[in-house]
Write a protein that binds this ligand. Structure first.
Ligand SMILES: Nc1ncnc2c1ncn2[C@@H]1O[C@H](COP(=O)(O)OP(=O)(O)OP(=O)(O)O)[C@@H](O)[C@H]1O
Length: 244
């Protein structure tokens, strides 16, 4: 069967994607097309498949059925709920990511410092990354991602374990990156796909919302319609429950 190609500007095009872990169906028949410049929020209860979907987009989990097309030229970076920090300075944590992408070490350290300044961590550049607070570590993870100049940023509940102040800081940075506000003036906006249990955050950051339940995408709407329009019953109950 011939399948029509995705339109220009499409970064991801998932068609009928299933993922199974043994007997567990983590995703079932997921269709998702993401275009350049979108900010897509994935919402749904624990275990609904949000992390799995992000991992599929990042190429970490292969689908057991269906097709995943992603734009070959795109540079991706992914942030996890609890960032993994190497037991070395904050600066080295960022510089190593660049060095692994073939940037010379001296240059990598300079670019890393710019990225740390961007997230307000220049004063702890020499501190062991593992001794930073949770909020600082998540900002460091954002600096590490941002330094790579990604076209796409995938974030798995990036503020889940943070206090309200740190949450706001990380959220502000996500907003800036998505809007294309760089350290040295504007640069290209970053397309963002993120999962979140915080519907306030979804309202503030997303342009579009995908609601997952038991691995199925039951709603996929512009953010305004998701919060104001009619929703499938399950999604409506979810929103109501989360907003209590
Ligand atoms: N590595 C794995 N092995 C087996 N089952 C898994 C694995 N990863 C996820 N699952 C299962 O797949 C389903 C979807 O999990 P997933 O982590 O994608 O959901 P989620 O929406 O991100 O949940 P949460 O909000 O708790 O992070 C769940 O039933 C989960 O238990």
């Amino acid at each position: 069967m011939d399948v029509a190609p995705a339109p220009a500007g499409t970064l991801f095009d998932l068609r009928g994607v299933d993922v199974r872990y043994g007997r567990v169906s983590a995703l079932t028949g997921v269709q998702l097309r993401v275009a350049v410049g979108e900010r897509v929020a994935l919402v749904g209860a624990n275990g609904s498949g949000k992390s799995t979907l992000l991992r599929v987009l990042h190429g970490l989990v292969p689908p057991t059925a269906g097709q995943v097309h992603s734009d070959a030229g795109q540079r991706q970076a992914m942030l996890f709920q609890r960032p993994h920090m190497l037991r070395t300075s904050a600066l080295n944590n960022v510089a190593l990511g660049l060095w692994l992408r073939r940037v010379r070490w001296s240059q990598a350290r300079l670019q890393a410092l710019v990225a740390l300044q961007r997230v307000g961590l220049q004063d702890v550049a020499q501190q062991n990354a593992r001794t930073l607070s949770g909020g600082q570590q998540q900002r460091l993870a954002l600096a590490r991602a941002w330094a790579l100049r990604p076209d796409v940023l995938l974030l798995d509940e990036p503020t889940a374990s943070l206090d309200p102040h740190a949450k706001r800081e990380v959220e502000a940075l996500m907003g800036d990156f998505a809007a294309g506000h760089g350290a040295a003036g504007p640069h290209l906006p970053v397309t963002m796909v993120f999962s979140s249990h915080n519907l306030g955050q979804v309202k503030r950051l997303a342009s579009r919302v995908v609601y997952l339940e038991h691995g199925r995408a039951l709603a996929d709407l512009p953010v305004h319609d998701f919060f104001n329009g009619p929703l499938p019953e399950a999604a409506r109950l979810f929103v109501k429950g989360e907003l209590v």
